[in-house]
Design a binder for this molecule. Sequence first.
Ligand code: ATP
Ligand code: MG
Length: 649
Amino acid sequence: MSQETLSNLLQENRRFAPPPELAASANATAETYAEAAEDRLGFWARQAERLSWSKPWGEVLDWTNPPFAKWFVGGELNVAYNCVDRHVEAGLGDRVAYHWEGEPGDTRTLTYADLQGEVNKAANALLELGVRKGDRVAIYLPMIPELPISMLACARIGATHSVVFGGFSADALRKRIDDAQAKLVITADGGYRRGKPSALKPTVDEAVAETPSIEKVLVVRRTNEPTATHERDVWWHDLVDGQSDEHEAQPHDAEHPLFILYTSGTTGNPKGILHTSGGYLTQVAYTHHAVFDLKPETDVYWCSADIGWVTGHSYIVYGPLANGATSVMYEGTPDTPHRGRWWEVIQKYKVTIFYTAPTAIRTFMKWGDDIPAGYDLSSLRLIGSVGEPINPEAYVWYRHHIGADRCPVVDTWWQTETGGIMISPLPGVTEGKPGAAMRPLPGVSVDVVDDQGQAVPNGGGGFLVVKEPWPSMLRTIWGDDERYVKTYWSRFEGMYFAGDGAKKDDDGDLWLLGRVDDVMLVSGHNISTTEVESALVSHPKVAEAAVTGATDPVTGQAIVAFVIPRGAAEGTEGEGFAKELRDHVAKALGPIAKPRQIMVVPELPKTRSGKIMRRLLKDVAENRSLGDVTTLTDGSVMDLISAKLPAAK
Ligand code: ATP
Ligand code: MG
């Protein structure tokens, strides 16, 4: 890949200054950057002071055996104590930790004191089931309070949890249980999705029939649907409810394994990413404080992700709880019972900080502006995005229709592997650019390098790397140190290779350009899928677009685009529309970026975490049979798309 790789095609000149009121009392200021630049490790040591440690650490970082890092060496803490008990001890027991909203409209309010009782009971129950420090526990639950409670109960006793997203198949669950050799699965009879109970227990039964490591299955009753029972099954209400609500948390080493989480599988086989305790909690607490400008006394924070993804681990559970935040947690889908459900939730709980993903934002654009306009969203003061590059048009729509042109948008770049946010605007400091994740956070060393590992100058593009270890970095791939070294630390000497392309604009701000694997080579020019997609989404009739490079006899690769029109748009059929879009892209990016083919499709293939799976579109565009589809949300999408593609050659 040459330096012209992710060439600066797209012009985006809109700028949004931080709201003066927010800037005046922001948690992170311009000085924060300077302070961290002066003494990076000292900066992180100060952030670690946000936590309560049972035993102080010696060295901040031990990097004598790279790439195996140890942070806060010798320190001891209990993560659950830090997330729950210490707030109760500080007199904040009555503060709401979670406003939980079930999809059918049932609710539960858990204060920090309630959470303490529940976590302690669950911790005692795990001990009664024979779970001990260092054991692995698989958690396969819907978005109900027992999910964070189970995670915290594991953390409390030092068991390592592996949360598996509740939409995954028996096969996917079985693989993850086997890989981690989990002893226990915590699940539920089911959860609510799209207005009906959706069973989970049968999937677990199928999975554990072939997982010898599993001794017991702990089952929460959520839907009350009948479910088969086996000898290994234990009902949560039988076992947990009767436990003592007291449990004394023991300190664990800063490097004690907190959880394993498998990546979403956008690019291939998921990897079991291992995170540990002290550094992880430090960085998620700090970033949640700085990026979301959290004021725990007054804010109501809502991250709409599923806890089955890293975003939910770090920014629904650990970061917010470590900071004593009040959060909303919602069980179901955004369109049940109607397409305004999320806005209704914001209105109901007076949410002030909202964190979601570009895929959701583009869906709302497709559904139409009038839906959010029907709700009172005036409580919001800051909105965020994570998961994919946010197309400039989606950013501007989000800022305008959800943020009332008042709320700063924080576009946060990070990965399962990084554990916490790495690149993001600081809402009180940064003048936002639509589509740019902007700058590495204080204490984080990120750069863009060419294929020789040399930093590119401003205006250049290449590979995103992290140049120094960071507290919430993955420690390894579970059980596979070699794959850890090979995947992340072998591409460039001494640097973490993220697998994403990026460019630095003339001001040195960072624009994420999607997966390095997705870059297209058209007539000798490297073109990023993100830029072509953003150009398509900037057309008023387009809500979503996915682009892939298909082998072409003339140009090497040719751009094939799949677009979903906006709900209300007319004239989105036929060759006329395709030509209109091709011309639009040519105008925005230059004729080289003009798609060879444009397909209007009803849906796009996405991972369960909502990311577009371009590799499947490439299979379609190149007339191949499809690769691994196990992490695809809905298999029928590919049939719908293939049916639309008579012309794909
Ligand atoms: P796998 O590694 O198994 O292919 P995945 O990379 O999709 O799965 P995650 O860790 O959930 O799994 O996603 C991290 C990736 O998501 C990043 O590497 C990046 O490509 C993308 N991403 C996340 N946030 C942003 C953002 N704000 N801007 C651009 N890209 C983002
Ligand atoms: Mg990845």
